[in-house]
Design a protein around this ligand. Structure first.
Ligand code: BMA
Length: 339
């Protein structure tokens, strides 16, 4: 491993590095007394409505990170012309967001920055900057790559793959000296298949050493799967929260579950939830532009308490927040594994 990790302390299953991973202002609400689920929803969901500014049709599948003691994010906003675009937002508490009504523009090589469409962003701090990945229109969907230091100026790098690909999700540190990214090769449409793969890069530009991670499963994930938030490092492996899709007589149903991946060889799956962790069941998850979708793209963690806050798109229309405890999610993934 080229990046030295501080010596971990253990609290249950979670690796703890309180110096860098404490997030005392993480959005949080205790588990309701009548709820035995691993994850529970925020009582004030959805936290972002479909039209926080007049030209927005919907805000969902978005990425949120801690920033300067507060929070920043890159949001998927489809506009009222139904163009899929990225917008920057800021929040003092991770719940109430101010989203810039003008779309995000990347600086860079004009061959690469020429805009077709952009959606489903992820954001992660690695080394010295925030990297942004998203589904980028370049003769079909592929993985766009960029970075920012301040959420004001954004620089775009080369697209990571040839079309068609979706759900590019970086690991939050180099592994064995290389950047590592999950992705989901696909087709140009509403892909009826999809496995999660992993690729390596020395420089965030050239991606190779591709490895298959896992394919579709049963039931809730029987059509296709795709990585969700940035994986969380634990002493039990990388916790990868991912979406799974079932095809019903009324179309796709998007739920999400979790898997544990080997810390040094993260294409090796240690465990994977046979049941989902969350599925569309509230009205705002079942009714919208695309019914029956819960689609996680970001997770915040406060290591000392193990609190996890997951941001997920609801029915391709609004954004919801769900909570859980890291140790509980890891324990459930191990004890309810199909592997
Ligand atoms: C996927 C992506 C997601 C979307 C989902 C459900 O293919 O386009 O952005 O949430 O379909 O429509």
């Amino acid at each position: 491993m080229s990046v030295a990790m501080p010596a971990p302390r253990q609290v249950g299953a979670a690796r703890v590095n309180a110096a860098t991973d404490a997030l005392p202002n993480i959005p949080w609400q205790d588990r309701p007394a009548n709820c035995a689920d691993v994850l529970w929803r925020y009582a004030r969901n959805p936290v972002i409505s479909r039209s926080p500014f007049p030209t927005a049709n919907s805000v969902f599948n978005s990425a949120v990170v801690p920033f300067k003691g507060k929070f920043a994010g890159v949001f998927r906003c489809d506009d009222t012309a139904r163009q899929m675009q990225l917008h920057v937002g800021f929040s003092n508490d991770g719940v109430d967001w101010t989203i810039n009504p003008n779309r995000l523009h990347f600086e860079g090589d004009a061959d690469v920055t020429a805009f077709e469409y952009a959606y489903d962003p992820r954001v992660v701090w690695i080394d010295d900057r925030y990297y942004v990945t998203w589904c980028n229109g370049y003769h079909g969907p592929t993985i766009g790559m960029g970075y920012t230091f301040d959420f004001k100026a954004f620089h775009q790098l080369e697209n990571s793959y040839l079309p068609f690909n979706r759900n590019g999700v970086l690991f939050p540190r180099k592994i064995n000296g290389q950047f590592v990214m999950l992705s989901r090769p696909s087709d140009s449409g509403h892909t009826p298949f999809g496995d999660i793969f992993l690729s390596h890069s020395p420089d965030m530009i050239h991606w190779g050493r591709h490895r298959h991670v896992m394919g579709r499963g049963q039931g809730w994930e029987s059509t296709k799967i795709g990585a969700g938030p940035i994986p969380i490092e634990t002493s039990e492996g990388w916790l990868m929260i991912y979406h799974g899709v079932l095809t019903s007589c009324n179309g796709f149903v998007y739920s999400f579950g979790a898997a544990l991946l080997d810390l040094d060889q993260p294409w090796k799956v240690i465990a994977r939830t046979r049941p989902y962790l969350m599925n569309p069941r509230e009205d705002y998850e079942c009714v919208g532009d695309v019914p029956n979708v819960t689609f996680p793209c970001a997770a915040l963690l406060d290591r000392p308490t193990g609190r996890v806050a997951i941001y997920y798109g609801c029915a391709d229309t609004v954004t919801g927040l769900a909570f859980g405890k890291l140790d509980d999610i890891v324990a459930f993934t191990r004890s309810h594994s199909s592997v």
